[in-house]
Design a protein around this ligand. Structure first.
Ligand SMILES: C[S@@+](CC[C@H](N)C(=O)[O-])C[C@H]1O[C@@H](n2cnc3c(N)ncnc32)[C@H](O)[C@@H]1O
Length: 231
């Protein structure tokens, strides 16, 4: 799977206490690495049980720094560090309207729901029907039912609930899909892995009064965006 070494499927045996310890250790590690700064993102990462978003045969690997396969074509749950990696530069915060393109497991959606809080909005779009059904089930089981889930091509955004203060794309594209820029609120931010030759850069785009400003965050490795703006 795109250069990652995936651990073998196995019968899960870790206890809830072990997962809670691993979750807390992971948050401390993310802070030490300088990836996690926001208190709201920290509290969300401490609260959401990542293991509940994993397929059973990969559950015990929930806090390992590796993307793991999900039902569907090219679908993965991203590495644990990916969430602060995307959400910190976005400045994801309370009360914002957030659009996620690439629902995957639903874990990033649950984290965002915690961060934006009751006054914010979370919309997540997934193109693959099997992945969509999986994530919807996981979000229901974990109690995250106050999110808008859409089974469609997220490259087109979701104009029905636009504009969005923050947009996160968790699949690699050759350029920012124009509908996403259009659906971004004034001063809004959009983050996505953008393919450059054979590598991908995580790029933050900010809508300014005169146009857009872009900043490269770091190199990343994501599954390709599908659909009309796919690679
Ligand atoms: C890296 S995974 C997402 C990880 C996810 N954020 C999580 O927390 O589990 C990328 C996802 O993007 C989805 N995807 C790819 N192209 C898409 C598109 N055009 N619209 C919506 N989803 C898309 C894939 O099916 C896959 O589920």
């Amino acid at each position: 799977m795109y250069g990652w070494r995936i651990p073998p499927p196995k019968t899960p045996c870790k206890s809830l206490a072990e997962f809670a310890q691993e979750r807390s250790d992971k948050v401390n590690w993310l802070i030490e690495q300088g990836l996690l700064k926001s208190e709201r993102i920290k509290q969300a990462l401490l609260k959401v049980p990542r293991e509940d978003f994993l397929p059973l045969q990969y559950r015990d690997y929930a806090y390992e720094e590796v993307p793991l396969p999900l039902p569907g074509e090219d679908a993965t749950i991203s590495c644990p560090h990916s969430y602060p990696l995307f959400y910190e530069p976005l400045g994801l915060d309370q009360g914002q309207r957030f659009l996620e393109v690439g629902l995957g497991s639903g874990y990033g959606t649950a984290i965002a729901r915690e961060v934006v809080g009751a006054k914010g909005l979370v919309v997540a779009v997934e193109i693959d029907p099997r992945t969509f059904a999986y994530a919807k089930d996981k979000l229901t089981l974990t109690g995250y039912t106050d999110v808008v889930l859409v089974n469609a091509d997220g490259g087109l955004g979701y104009s029905e609930l636009a504009p969005y203060d923050r947009i996160s794309v968790t699949a690699a594209c050759s350029e920012f899909p124009p509908p996403l820029i259009e659906q971004l609120a004034p001063s809004g931010r959009l983050i996505a892995p953008i393919t450059r030759d054979s590598t991908q850069d995580l790029i933050l785009l900010e809508k300014t009064a005169t146009g857009v400003r872009q900043q490269v965050i770091c190199e990343v490795l994501y599954v390709p965006l599908q659909g009309i703006y796919g690679e």
